[in-house]
Design a protein around this ligand. Structure first.
Ligand code: AP5
Ligand code: MG
Length: 212
């Protein structure tokens, strides 16, 4: 899945991966788990994430290479937040070649900037299960408590206004070129990512069915 910060990649990845019974590989989630766990990888990633910059490609690519080689990814996987620049996309093609696999489809989640800022500033994520909610669009039944597992909801460090702005710039400069990259490979399917979450899921499932 490709799309700007706040497009709903994580929200859709969780639903689609469960519908399709395949793992979702969310590089942002893996980095955040490492930051909370205080690992070497987490320490390396944190300074970049806090500034809204991309973590260096060597670090990110090695992490994805390991993840995709695991047994549960043999029957398919859904990538959320990777690749994020053309160099990562080229490395992904190499990794897939080594694993004798191909991408079926690249879903481009389309949302305008104003909506993205509203979504990110009101986002809350569960510390326990990673479920994502929103203070206005998907308010928790009890404030601060995850509807899915009862865990604690928190606001991500990089959802501060100035960091959101930088993440959007980084998207335009480095990630947006992937749209034409994957269009040239014949893999791109743009999807309207506004409106109810279920409607976006239905559009994504339709796109997947038409390509797999
Ligand atoms: P990452 O975690 O990938 O963040 P991101 O791309 O900025 O995307 P977000 O997670 O912010 O948004 P999302 O599209 O998942 O939206 P969500 O579903 O949560 O990356 C974080 C950092 O890690 C990067 O800045 C970088 O430093 C590093 N990193 C990660 N991958 C990397 C890579 N490959 N290379 C280098 N560095 C990397 O939804 C947002 C909100 O909207 C939620 O509150 C949700 O409830 C709400 N919402 C969702 N859908 C709808 C809807 N249809 N209507 C209303 N509200 C909705
Ligand atoms: Mg996400």
């Amino acid at each position: 899945m490709v799309g700007p910060p706040g497009a709903g990649k994580g929200t859709q990845a969780q639903i689609l991966a469960s519908e399709l019974s395949i793992p979702k590989v969310s590089t942002g989630d893996i980095f955040r788990a490492n930051v909370s766990g205080g690992t070497e990888l987490g320490n390396q990633a944190k300074t970049y994430m806090d500034r809204g910059e991309l973590v260096p490609d060597e670090v990110t690519n090695a992490m994805v290479r390991d993840r995709l080689a695991q047994d549960d990814a043999k029957a398919g996987f859904l990538l959320d937040g990777f690749p994020r620049n053309v160099a990562q996309a080229e490395t992904l093609n190499k990794i897939l070649g080594e694993l004798d696999e191909l991408l079926d489809v690249v879903l481009e989640l389309r949302v305008d900037k104003e909506e993205v800022v509203k979504r990110l500033s009101g986002r809350r994520s569960c510390r326990n299960c990673g479920h994502v909610q929103h203070v206005d669009y998907d308010p928790p039944k009890t404030e601060g408590v995850c509807d899915s597992c009862g865990g604690e909801l928190f606001q991500r460090d990089d959802d501060r206004e100035e960091t959101i702005r930088r993440r959007l710039e980084v998207y335009d400069e480095q990630t947006a070129p992937l749209v034409s990259f994957y269009d040239n490979e014949g893999l791109l399917v743009p999807i309207k990512a506004t409106g109810p979450v279920e409607d976006v899921t239905a559009r994504a499932m339709e796109a997947l069915r038409s390509r797999t």
